[in-house]
Write a protein that binds this ligand. Structure first.
Ligand code: COA
Ligand code: AMP
Length: 635
């Protein structure tokens, strides 16, 4: 590795975090400039920019309009699934956001109140997010592919005053009606909002306000008609901007909290330094606003930068074909694109020789960034050859909100090693630790951890649950944040991320919990016990597999087929189709330790064709022997 800009910045970020992040904070416009940078008064609860005040939507919108970017495109909305293209300027976006903020205020939403947003990839989702930020309300966006039980769990925890939704989302194979899903979730939830606002879409308008509910239901267009614009409300740097629920190993999602000040500083710093994007550039992230990649790199980072962001409602393939992304790049002069490796595996599968790319002008594209799951060297190579630009892996998670490791294209581009997201990003003291809590030597696998404090923008805690934050992330190794990923660092300081060491699933770049899927399976009347494991998949990276033991008296022979089909359907209904559970096997017993812990990791290793690690505490080794032929991939 060269000893240039990266090395100097990285070292300074760790040796002098006050100086490093204090300087970065100057790119943000504060109401009160922060008197402190790192606040380490209450470890392990570190805070950034305590005492500073600002407004995130002002920084994302008003300041750009004031500084002459009013007529610049803020969003290019490209929706092949509805055959729509719409460009929204910064001035127009500011107007809509201010008016929707006024709507929320008029419904009684105040600073610190929560608003749940359950919407597809439409500009109104971005408007709703920024409107919350404008009045200091805390948004919690729920991915549209989640079914009622998942939505209800988030509503119960966040306790929103208002829920904002749309009548439908559009998948290539079907129109997904959101309103019945929302109704079912609110019926299940103990907490009820005061109002629900529904954006009507012509593909499937919803019945709004016809049910007898405790809350008021209204339509987006009606409330916006006479809305009074609201001014930005000043909040503390440490006040929450949003909660984004993410999957842990249990069925109960974790509410990742993001603050206002650290988030704005970190994301603004990342755009030029990690992604090489500056004000006025056009940037295209194909993800969903329901995931962290969408929050950070469809919405906040590009807008805080004064760049133009593409909001794409469609798929990489099939809407209409594998050239969809490249048409966007060529039509809008996209400088860099960001998506998940699965999307490129889909494109490669449909257009292996890259024929559809041939006629398009991709000269504006400088870099392709991929994240969200492991980037396999084959996909990296294919994309590099077809696009002729650097393909840059970056590794991070909902908890951190922005990259932990990347090749920093703006700060100092480095050689790329396939299979590695390159080096730790300034601010992140990444170490791989052995079971004894000591750093392992280069080239040896360990638990990837980050020495506290983590940089600005990372989670300060879990929503309403400091204890779970400490027990879930900070207790394994004293003074370190546990990422949950295993991996190693090589002699050049490059990180290799091997995958989760816990039971979190990553299916097509979507993070899901084994616990939620198990809860859906366990709810079936015929199921006595069950386990879900994530097995390697060439296309989606990983897919879940279910193993169930039936209650005594239920016959696998006569009822097995029906039960398996019902279980697959239950998971679609309870968790969402996005769980992609297709295979459920009925087995006679599950392997366990003597204390009753199900050996998911051992089963996963067998299913992946690896040599399984069988703990000495296994209760009955014959169970594993019986299961092996069921789990093993066909030779
Ligand atoms: N609303 C409702 N349903 C949704 C949905 C949404 N927002 N997103 C996905 N689904 C459904 C799909 O329609 C599909 O349903 P089906 O089983 O009836 O066909 C199911 O969930 C599985 O979806 P997915 O895993 O996305 O598979 P797919 O075969 O439809 O598409 C890809 C595969 C690769 C095209 C798609 O996964 C993709 O674009 N991945 C990129 C990943 C990504 O953006 N990750 C975010 C983090 S960067
Ligand atoms: P999410 O919180 O949904 O962003 O998922 C985070 C998890 O996805 C990480 O803990 C990793 O397991 C995985 N992940 C994300 N990016 C990468 C990457 N570039 N390489 C390997 N795994 C990744």
């Amino acid at each position: 590795m060269s000893d240039g800009a990266y090395h100097a910045a990285y070292q300074r970020s760790l040796d002098d975090p006050d100086g490093f992040w204090g300087e970065a904070a100057k790119a943000i416009e504060w109401v009160t400039p922060p008197p402190r940078v790192l606040d380490d008064d209450r470890p392990p609860f570190y805070r950034w920019f305590t005492g500073g005040t600002l407004n995130t939507s002002f920084n994302a919108l008003d300041r750009h309009v004031r500084d002459g970017r009013g007529e610049q495109a803020a969003i290019h909305y490209v929706s092949p699934v509805t055959d729509t293209k719409r460009t929204i300027t910064y001035a127009a976006l500011l107007d809509e956001v201010a008016r929707f903020a006024g709507v929320l205020s008029s419904l009684g939403v105040e600073k610190g109140d929560r608003v749940v947003i359950y919407m597809p990839m439409v500009p109104e989702a971005v408007v709703a997010m920024l409107a919350c930020a404008r009045i200091g309300a805390v948004h919690s966006v729920v991915f549209g592919g989640f079914a009622p039980a998942e939505l209800a769990a988030r509503v119960e925890d966040a306790k929103p005053v208002v829920v904002v939704s749309a009548s439908c989302g559009i998948e290539p194979s079907r129109v997904v009606e959101y309103k019945p899903l929302l109704d079912a979730a609110l019926d299940r939830s103990e907490h009820k909002p005061e109002a629900v606002i529904v954006l009507q879409r012509e593909q499937a308008p919803a019945d709004v306000g016809v049910r007898d509910t405790d809350w008021e239901e209204m339509e987006w267009d009606d409330v916006m008609r006479d809305a009074e614009p609201a001014d930005p409300v000043t909040v503390d740097a440490t006040d929450p901007l949003y909660i984004l629920y993410t999957s842990g190993t249990t069925g109960r999602p974790k509410g990742i909290v993001r603050d206002n000040g650290g988030h704005a500083v970190a994301l603004r710093w990342s755009m030029p330094n990690v992604y090489g994007i500056n004000p006025g550039d056009t940037w295209f992230t194909a993800s969903d606003v329901g995931w962290v990649v969408g929050h950070s790199y469809i919405v906040y980072a590009p807008l805080l930068t004064g760049a133009t962001t593409v909001l794409y409602e469609g798929k990489p393939v099939g809407t209409p074909d594998a050239s969809a992304f490249f048409r966007v790049i060529s039509d809008y002069g996209v400088k860099a694109m960001f998506t998940a490796p699965t999307a490129y595996r889909a494109i490669k599968r449909d257009d292996p020789s890259g024929e559809l790319l041939g006629s398009l002008d991709l000269s504006s594209l400088e870099t392709l960034f991929l994240a969200g799951e492991r980037l396999d060297p084959d996909t990296w190579e294919w994309a590099t050859e077809r696009l002729g630009v650097p393909v840059v892996d970056n590794w991070w998670q909902t908890e951190t909100g922005w990259p932990i490791a990347s090749n920093l294209r703006g700060l100092e581009p480095m050689p790329i090693k396939p299979g590695s997201p390159s080096v730790p990003v300034p601010g992140y003291a990444v170490e791989t630790l052995g079971d004894d809590g000591r750093p392992v030597p280069a080239g040896t696998e360990g638990a990837i951890c980050i020495k506290l404090p983590m940089p600005p923008g990372t989670l300060p805690t879990l929503w309403g649950d400091d204890e779970r934050y400490v027990s879930g992330y900070l207790s394994a190794f004293d003074g370190y944040y546990l990422t949950g990923d295993g991996g190693m660092v090589d002699e050049d300081g490059y990180l290799f991320v091997m995958g989760r060491t816990d039971d979190v699933l990553n299916v097509a770049g979507h993070r899901l919990s084994t616990g939620s899927i198990e809860a859906a399976l366990a709810g079936h009347e015929a199921v006595a016990e069950c386990a879900v494991i994530g097995v390697a998949d060439d296309f989606k990276g990983q897919v879940p597999r279910g193993l169930v033991v039936l209650k005594s008296g239920v016959s696998a022979e006569s009822d097995g087929e029906r039960i398996r089909a019902e279980l697959v359907q239950r998971v679609r209904d309870e968790v969402g189709a996005v769980a992609s559970l297709r295979q459920v096997d009925i087995v006679t017993a599950l392997p366990k330790t003597r204390s009753g812990k199900i050996l998911r990791k051992t089963m996963r290793e067998i299913a992946d064709g690896k040599t399984p690690t069988v703990p000495s505490t296994i209760e009955d080794a014959t169970v594993l022997e019986t299961l092996t032929p069921v789990l093993r991939p066909p030779a």
